[in-house]
Design a protein around this ligand. Structure first.
Ligand SMILES: [Cu+2]
Length: 185
């Protein structure tokens, strides 16, 4: 009897290790600090944080110490913070307005990297949290957000209007970029 028990425990422990290692492998975390880009002394005014598990990326973006009671649009861009490129769109030219995301709801924005607006409160703090099935972390495929830029703009944007079929995109966007951060794992 004693012998059987002593054989069973190593088996239980190794089974537990296999299960815990597997779940750890399936979860990936990414983050990036946002620094102002218009002054010579870059100031940290925000943070991007995301967890990827089971095909879903949960995102939390916070903003602080920059403005009060204002809206700021936020996108993922290509390039570097020194030379910011176009909006990240998974390398595709197609629009993401009607691409189905979680709960059978469309993404509702032109580009896969169009995120939304952050509103700061009277204390200058604002945050935005959402989940998406259109991004991933560390997968090295088109949906991977590692190495992309998180860019904050001076004003908010109407993302729904950009997706309106009647909208004519004949105007240029002059929404000034105020902060940037690189997403890393
Ligand atoms: Cu942008």
């Amino acid at each position: 009897m004693q012998n059987k028990k002593s054989l069973l425990w190593p088996l239980i422990i190794s089974l537990f290790l296999v299960i815990s290692c597997q779940s750890e492998k399936d979860v990936a975390i990414a983050s990036g600090d946002l620094y102002t880009i218009f002054n010579s002394q870059p100031r940290n005014i925000g943070r991007f944080y995301a967890i990827y598990a089971n095909g879903i990326t949960k995102v939390n973006i916070s903003m602080y110490d920059y403005s009060v009671n204002s809206y700021h649009s936020i996108h993922l861009h290509e390039g570097t913070c020194e030379e910011i490129g176009p909006h990240w769109n998974q390398g595709k030219t197609t629009m993401f307005c009607n691409v189905i995301d979680l709960d059978d709801m469309p993404w509702g924005k032109m580009m896969a990297g169009d995120i939304g607006n952050i509103k700061t409160n009277a204390n200058g703090y604002g945050s935005l949290a959402f989940s998406t099935s259109l991004w991933s972390i560390g997968t090295n495929n088109d949906t991977d957000i590692i190495g992309k830029l998180v860019v904050l703009h001076s004003e908010g944007e109407n993302f729904a209007l950009e997706c309106d079929p009647d909208h004519i995109p004949d105007h240029t966007h002059t929404n000034v970029k105020i902060a940037c951060g690189v997403i890393s794992q």
